[in-house]
Design a protein around this ligand. Structure first.
Ligand code: SER
Length: 763
C-alpha cells in the first residue's frame, strides 16, 4: 500500500503540464483521476500563470444561508461582490486555479434522494475551476478550455458541443455573439455552437449580485460521427455538460434590473467525476478509479455479490444501489467531518446525520455488512482523495471514531424503527396508506431519513400518506418558527383543556411525579447514563377529551403516574424518546414531545398499538437530545454570568430558549452593547469552559435561596423547594449568609436540566 502510494505521488510529480491522454485509443492505459486532476491544475498554473489555491473547507465561511460549499466560486464571492478589502490577500488575486470540495445535499442543490438510484448523482464531488478577477475574459477563457480539453486531454473535437447565451429581450439583453464568434474562431463547427435561453446560459449567484452569460461545454458519450446537437441540455445521460464558463459582467439590482459591472470576471467549474468518466472511457462515475477502490473495499467486508453497475428493476434487492449509496456517502462523511461538520441536529449537521443514517441502513440491511463497515472504508477514501486533500489523511482516526459512534447509535434506532413499521403494517387495513403520524414519529423521534421510510415501505408495496405527512411537517415548521411563546408548543389536540383538567383534579387523579427526570449519573468514563423509568398509564387524552383507551395509529396525550421525561418549560425544549409496554419489548411508542399542565405531564405519543389506562410502561428518553439540551442549558448559565460581569449588575435575563440545536438568551441592559463588549462576554464564557469547573446542584427552601447575595433568578414562579445550580462552588458554600461566592461565579435558580457533577468542558 505504502509503495503504491509512493509510486502514485511520484507519477503525479512527474506529469508534465503537457501530459496527454487518449481515452479512445485502443489498449492505451487510461489516466488516473489523480493524473487528470493534476494535469488541470498544472495546465493553468504553469502554462497560463494561475495561482494554485487549496480547496476551501466544505463548511461555508461567512455565508449562513449556505449549508455546504457547493461551487468553486463560493470562497471568491467577496471579490465578485466587490466587498473584498483592497489590502486583503483576496484582493490581490488575478488568475486562480483550484480543485474545490463541494457538497450538494441540502438547500437549493439537493441530490441526496437521487444518490444511488442512478449511476451519476453524488452528494460530494470535486469542482475543477479557473478564475479571472478583472484579468482575461471570454476569448482567453474559451481558448484555454478548448486547449485543455482537446490538446491536453485529447478529447475528440467532434464529441464536444458548446452553448452560448441566446439573449433575453425582456431584460434588454442581446445574444452573446461575442462568445459565439470566439468558439467559431477556435474552429468549433457552427453546428456544434448552440444558443440557449436565460435558464440554461445565464448564471446568477443569487437573487441579487454579480451574474452574467455563460457558455457550457457538453460531451457526447456515443459519438461515432453522429450529430447530437438536439440532445444538448435535454437531460440525456448520453450528452452531458462537463464545464461551465461564466462571464461575470452584470450586477442584478434589487429592482431586478441589470447594471454593467466595472470589472469583468471569469468563473469556471468542471465536475472532476464527469471528466474522469469521459477520460477513462466509462459511462458511470462509479466505474472510475474515484469509486472502484471503495466499491471493492465494500465487497471485501459485506456478504453481498460484487458491484455490477445495475439500476432499477435489474438491480434485484437494490444491492447495486446500496453499493453506490455507501460509496458516495462515505466520501461525503469523510470530507465533512474533516472540515468540522459532524452529524448533529440542525443545518448541515442534520443533513450529515441523515446521510450517515442512510448509509448505515444500506450497509446493514442490504449489504448485510457487520457494524463498522463505514469506518473500515476510511483508509480507502484517504487513499483515493488524500493526495489532493491532505487534511483527510491527518484526520483519518477522528473520522473513524465519529462514524463508529454514530453508527452504533443509529443501529439501535434502526431496529426499533423496523419493528414499528412491521407492527403498523400488520395492523393496517388492506389498500390503505401508511399513517403519516407514525412516519412522522419515526422521522422526528428516531431520526429516520424520510427516503428510508419510503424505501422500507416501498419494499412492502405500501405508500406513505404524503399529503398528511407534509401537513405535519408544515405544522412542525410553523411551531418551530413561532418560538417558545406560551401555549404554542405541543399540538392542540394533546394540550389539556380546562374541563379535562378540572375532571382529573376532581377525580383525584394524582399529578405526575417527574422527579426521575433528574436520575441520571455519570459513568466511569465521563459518559452520562440515563436509566429508564417504570410507570403506569393513568389516562389518555385526545381531541379535547379524556379516554381510557386509544386505538392504533392515533396520536394522543398519555398521562402517567411518574416520568423521567423533561416537559417543555422555562424555555427549554422537552425530551423526546419512546415508551414500551412491560412484557412487550418489541412495540415502541414514540414520544414526540412532553408538556406540563396543572402538574400533569402529558406525553405526546403515537399509539402504535392500542393503549389503555392501567398499562405498565417503561420510558426511555433520547439521550443524545437530552444531553445536547443540557449542554445548551448550562451555556445559558455561563452566558448570564458573563453578561453581568461585562455589562454590569443592571443586566437582567428576560427569557431564554434552549433546544438541542441552539440557545437564545434575552436580556435587558443599560445602553448599547458594543462589539468589544460582546467579544469580552464570549471570552468570559470561553474562560469558564476552559476552567472545566464542576456544576453543582441542590434543592433548597425557596426563602433560603432568595437570601443568597448575587443569585440569579428570572422573573417567574419557582417551586418550593427550588433547585440551585452553581458553577465551581458547592451549593452549601453559597448559602451561608456572608458568602460572596455567588458574586464571583454563576449561581442560579433553575428548573431545567444541566450537566451535573461533571466538568463543563464537553462543548
Ligand atoms: N459558478 C458556476 C457553477 O457553479 C461555474 O463554476 O456552475
Amino acid at each position: 500500500m505504502a509503495a503504491a502510494a509512493r509510486l502514485r505521488r511520484r507519477l503525479l510529480l512527474e506529469v508534465p503540464w503537457r501530459w496527454r491522454c487518449s481515452p479512445r485509443r485502443d489498449g492505451a492505459a487510461c489516466p488516473s483521476a489523480g493524473q487528470i486532476r493534476a494535469a488541470f491544475l498544472r495546465f493553468f498554473e504553469e502554462r497560463h500563470g494561475h495561482r494554485r489555491l487549496p480547496s476551501a473547507p466544505v463548511r461555508p465561511r461567512g455565508d449562513p444561508r449556505l449549508l455546504f460549499v457547493n461551487a468553486g466560486m463560493n470562497q471568491f464571492k467577496p471579490i465578485f461582490l466587490g466587498t473584498v478589502h483592497p489590502r486583503s490577500e483576496l484582493a490581490q488575486y488575478r488568475r486562480v486555479v483550484n480543485s474545490q470540495k463541494c457538497v450538494r445535499a441540502g438547500g437549493k442543490h439537493n441530490d441526496l434522494e437521487d444518490v444511488g438510484r442512478d449511476t451519476y448523482h453524488h452528494t460530494f464531488f470535486e469542482m475543477l475551476g479557473n478564475w479571472s478577477f478583472g484579468d482575461y475574459f471570454k476569448e482567453e477563457a474559451c481558448s484555454m478550455a478548448w486547449e485543455l480539453l482537446t490538446e491536453v486531454y485529447e478529447i475528440p473535437r467532434d464529441r464536444l458541443y458548446v452553448t452560448y447565451f441566446g439573449g433575453d429581450p425582456s431584460l434588454g439583453l442581446s445574444a452573446d455573439e461575442e462568445c459565439r464568434d470566439v468558439w467559431l474562431h477556435l474552429g468549433v463547427p457552427a453546428s456544434h455552437v448552440l444558443p440557449f435561453p436565460l435558464k440554461d446560459n445565464f448564471w446568477e449567484m443569487g437573487d441579487t449580485g454579480p451574474c452574467g452569460p455563460c457558455t457550457e461545454i457538453h460531451y457526447d458519450h456515443v459519438g461515432g460521427g453522429r450529430n447530437a446537437a438536439a440532445l444538448v441540455n435535454q437531460g440525456s445521460p448520453d450528452v452531458v455538460e462537463i464545464w461551465n464558463l461564466v462571464f461575470m459582467q452584470y450586477s442584478r439590482e434589487v429592482e431586478g434590473n441589470l447594471l454593467p459591472l466595472p470589472q469583468h470576471h471569469v468563473d469556471t467549474g468542471m465536475g472532476l467525476e464527469r471528466l474522469v468518466t469521459v477520460l477513462q472511457n466509462k459511462r458511470s462515475s462509479y466505474d472510475t478509479d474515484l469509486f472502484t477502490p471503495i466499491l471493492d473495499a465494500i465487497h471485501k467486508v459485506c456478504r453481498a455479490p460484487r458491484y455490477q453497475g445495475l439500476v432499477g428493476n435489474a438491480d434485484v434487492g437494490r444491492v447495486n444501489m446500496a453499493y453506490r449509496v455507501v460509496a458516495d456517502h462515505v466520501r461525503t462523511l469523510c470530507v465533512c467531518i474533516t472540515d468540522g461538520i459532524y452529524p448533529g441536529f440542525s443545518g448541515a449537521e442534520l443533513v450529515l446525520r441523515r446521510i450517515l443514517r442512510r448509509a448505515v441502513r444500506f450497509c446493514s440491511e442490504v449489504l448485510q455488512a457487520p457494524p463498522g463497515l463505514l469506518a473500515s472504508l476510511v483508509p480507502t477514501v484517504v487513499e483515493v482523495l488524500g493526495d489532493a486533500y491532505p487534511e483527510l489523511t491527518r484526520n483519518a482516526n477522528q473520522i473513524k471514531d465519529i462514524l463508529n459512534e454514530n453508527e452504533a447509535a443509529f443501529l439501535s434506532s434502526l431496529e426499533r424503527g423496523r419493528r414499528i413499521i412491521e407492527r403498523t403494517v400488520q395492523q393496517m387495513e388492506p389498500s390503505t396508506n401508511f399513517p403519516a403520524e407514525v412516519a412522522w414519529s419515526l422521522y422526528g423521534s428516531l431520526g429516520f431519513p424520510l427516503d428510508l421510510i419510503d424505501l422500507m415501505l416501498e419494499e412492502k408495496g405500501i405508500s406513505l400518506d404524503s399529503a398528511a405527512f407534509n401537513k405535519l411537517a408544515l405544522e412542525d415548521a410553523k411551531r418551530k418558527a413561532g418560538g417558545p411563546q406560551a401555549g404554542q408548543t405541543g399540538t392542540a389536540n394533546t394540550r389539556l383543556d380546562v374541563h379535562s383538567l378540572a375532571w382529573l383534579q376532581g377525580s383525584s387523579v394524582p399529578t405526575t411525579d417527574d422527579s426521575p427526570k433528574y436520575t441520571y449519573t455519570l459513568g466511569l468514563h465521563g459518559q452520562y447514563e440515563f436509566s429508564p423509568c417504570q410507570a403506569t398509564v393513568l389516562m389518555l387524552y385526545k381531541d379535547q377529551s379524556l379516554h381510557k383507551e386509544v386505538g392504533a395509529g392515533q396520536r394522543c396525550g398519555v398521562i402517567l403516574d411518574r416520568t423521567n421525561f423533561y416537559a417543555e418549560q422555562g424555555g427549554q425544549d422537552s425530551d423526546q424518546g419512546y415508551m414500551i409496554r412491560l412484557g412487550q419489548q418489541d412495540v415502541l411508542f414514540p414520544v414526540e414531545s412532553v408538556h406540563l399542565c396543572g402538574g400533569y405531564v402529558i406525553h405526546e405519543v403515537t399509539a402504535v398499538e392500542t393503549l389503555r389506562a392501567g398499562d405498565q410502561v417503561q420510558l426511555f428518553v433520547d439521550e443524545a437530545q437530552r444531553l445536547a439540551c443540557m449542554r445548551n442549558h448550562t451555556a445559558t448559565h455561563l452566558l448570564s454570568f458573563a453578561l453581568r460581569r461585562v455589562l454590569g449588575d443592571s443586566t437582567e435575563q428576560r427569557g431564554s430558549h434552549v433546544t438541542a440545536q441552539q440557545l437564545r438568551f434575552d436580556f435587558d441592559t443599560k445602553g448599547h452593547v458594543t462589539v468589544e463588549q460582546l467579544q469580552q462576554v464570549e471570552q468570559v464564557v470561553r474562560d469558564l469552559i476552559q476552567k472545566n469547573e464542576v456544576v453543582h446542584m441542590a434543592e433548597v427552601p425557596l426563602t433560603l435561596a432568595r437570601r443568597v447575595q448575587g443569585l440569579r433568578a428570572v422573573d417567574e414562579e419557582y417551586p418550593d423547594p427550588v433547585r440551585i445550580v452553581s458553577l465551581g462552588v458547592p451549593v452549601e458554600n453559597v448559602l451561608t449568609c456572608d458568602s460572596k461566592a455567588a458574586m464571583q461565579t454563576s449561581v442560579e435558580l433553575c428548573c431545567g436540566t444541566n450537566e451535573s457533577r461533571r466538568k463543563v468542558n464537553p462543548f
